[in-house]
Design a protein around this ligand. Structure first.
Ligand code: ATP
Length: 363
């Protein structure tokens, strides 16, 4: 996928209000052919509103949308080439699975044999061959969502829109379908936008994630960029877990948190004396291989420990600074090898490159 080619979908300066409520504003976004993009954000941030504007189901108040080089800003949904899957499967209960899948093909001047062949192809594609004669009620939630996906793909649209397609399913089915949908999307190469509030889902499936907040785009990036280099405290907090600490810049690459003097790799824009917010992922706290030369080492008491299956999350209280509590994850191996128990005092370290520095205000 190249970012130098003309984008398949271009959204410019999009805004949408519901009465006095500003649901979307200043949305600029490019999506390239074949990309899988997730709109991610908390409830009410405008993800679905943006998806519906792309589909033409709810027109924006201002701004433009170009699709495949065409200005579709004011086009009706039927004039835009997309398939859509909703959270609630939205299948016709009185039609068989085959008729549901073939529904969009009936008015396209195809013979019954052609439609039957295409429906079989699609049902095989989504792993449901031989199920065409059943009715939706005879299928599980996961199977119904596969049928909805087959129906959305029936006309071979250029764009696939998925509005929380997995959130009504239980965890195991959701995880399996996540992998299947992603590999199907890659095989077909269909440009896809998926709305989700589930960060794990977005990290696992997307080529790029659009993090939204209060009707605007907060950050766009690959899952790795979003996770490793969050542009704002909001993104850092929403995607994955972060400990935030109030700090003061004490010099180039140096900050102080309470009594702790720390070196940081990424404090470039902040002058000495600036209050900043320091952020750190729990899995980055180091507990092993710490020597006299290890930067940012300090002693901390292990506070409460929560067992989370494959790892434990502890809260550390740095010695001499009971106000700061730092989340730290220990693998089951580390727990066993190091004999970590609550109340223990251990030497830990913050790798300088794992500390994120944000402006002190405007959370
Ligand atoms: N038809 C409508 N009339 C009035 N307000 C609306 C309408 N549709 C959406 N909104 C409001 O616009 C905001 C954005 O809604 P939207 O459905 O896009 O959010 P979302 O990010 O998809 O959230 P969720 O994950 O809860 O679905 C919400 O505050 C919602 O209440």
């Amino acid at each position: 996928m190249s970012t130098t080619t003309t984008p398949f979908l271009s959204v410019r300066n999009l805004a949408k209000n519901f009465g006095a409520f500003r649901a979307l504003h200043d949305i600029d976004l490019d999506i390239h052919r074949g990309e899988f993009v997730c709109f991610l954000g908390p409830s009410g941030c405008g993800k679905t509103t943006l998806l519906r504007a792309v589909a033409g189901l709810d027109l924006q108040d201002s701004g433009t949308i170009h699709m495949g080089g065409r200005d579709v800003s004011h086009a009706s949904p039927s004039e835009r080439d997309f398939g859509i899957v909703f959270q609630s499967y939205a299948l016709f209960p009185n039609l068989t699975v085959a008729d549901n899948v073939g529904y969009g093909l009936v008015n396209r001047r195809r013979t019954r044999d052609e439609i039957a062949k295409r429906v079989n192809e699609l049902l095989t594609l989504v792993g449901l061959p031989e199920q065409g004669r059943k009715y939706p009620v005879q299928l599980s939630g996961g199977q119904q969502q596969r049928v909805a996906l087959a129906r959305a793909l029936a006309t071979a649209p250029e764009l696939l829109l998925l509005d929380e397609p997995l959130s009504a399913l239980d965890a195991k089915v959701r995880e399996r379908l996540r992998g299947e949908m992603r590999s199907l999307q890659q095989r077909l190469g269909v440009t896809t936008i998926m709305v989700t509030h589930d960060q794990e889902e977005a990290l696992a499936m997307a080529d790029r994630i659009v993090v939204m907040r209060d009707g605007a785009v907060e950050q766009v990036g690959s899952p790795e960029e979003i996770y490793r280099r969050p542009a704002t405290p909001f993104v850092a907090d929403f995607v994955g877990h972060m400990t935030f600490m109030d700090a003061i810049v004490t010099g180039p690459g140096k900050v102080r948190v309470d009594e702790l003097d720390l070196v940081v790799a990424n404090a470039a824009p902040f002058a000495a004396g600036t209050p900043v917010r320091l952020a750190m992922r729990p899995e980055e706290v180091r507990t092993r291989g710490i020597g006299a030369e290890t930067p940012n080492r300090f002693e901390a008491t292990i506070g409460d420990l929560a067992f989370l299956g494959s790892y434990c999350r502890a809260h550390l209280e740095p010695t001499g600074s009971r106000a700061t509590r730092i989340a730290a994850d220990f693998s089951s191996n580390a727990m066993r090898d190091l004999g970590i128990v609550p109340g223990q005092v251990r030497t830990v370290a913050f790798p300088p490159e794992a500390l994120h520095v944000f402006a002190g205000e405007g959370r």
